[in-house]
Design a protein around this ligand. Structure first.
Ligand code: FES
Length: 105
């Protein structure tokens, strides 16, 4: 599936991410600046923070309590915030739009 990343300056980057892969790993593999994923996906860093475009939110299972807690440590979280390491790519997420935060620190 194709994922479209849009950074804070409205630059757009497309990435092909395999079904079953998590969004953080897919972004890192595609060298998307703005997703760091320093803890490797074990929910202890929040440097994989991103914003899911509202029209896609319903297709993604809601965050766990631990993810919610970690999101409080992200920079400028809002109601669309997610940790990208917790989002599993599925076939139906083809075309997913993900916005990148200004910074992860
Ligand atoms: Fe560290 Fe997602 S990669 S919380």
């Amino acid at each position: 599936p194709r994922v479209i990343f849009i950074d804070a300056q409205e630059n757009q980057f497309d990435a092909d991410i395999a079904v079953g892969e998590n969004l953080m790993q897919g972004a890192v593999d595609n060298m998307i600046d703005g997703i760091l994923g320093e803890c490797g996906g074990v929910m202890s860093c929040a440097t994989c923070h991103c914003y899911i475009d509202p029209q896609w939110q319903a297709l993604i299972p809601p965050p766990s309590e631990r993810e919610e807690d970690m999101l409080d440590m992200a920079i400028e979280p809002n109601e669309h915030s997610r940790l990208s390491c917790q989002i599993k790519i599925t076939e139906e997420l083809d075309g997913l739009v993900v916005r990148l935060p200004k910074s992860q620190y």
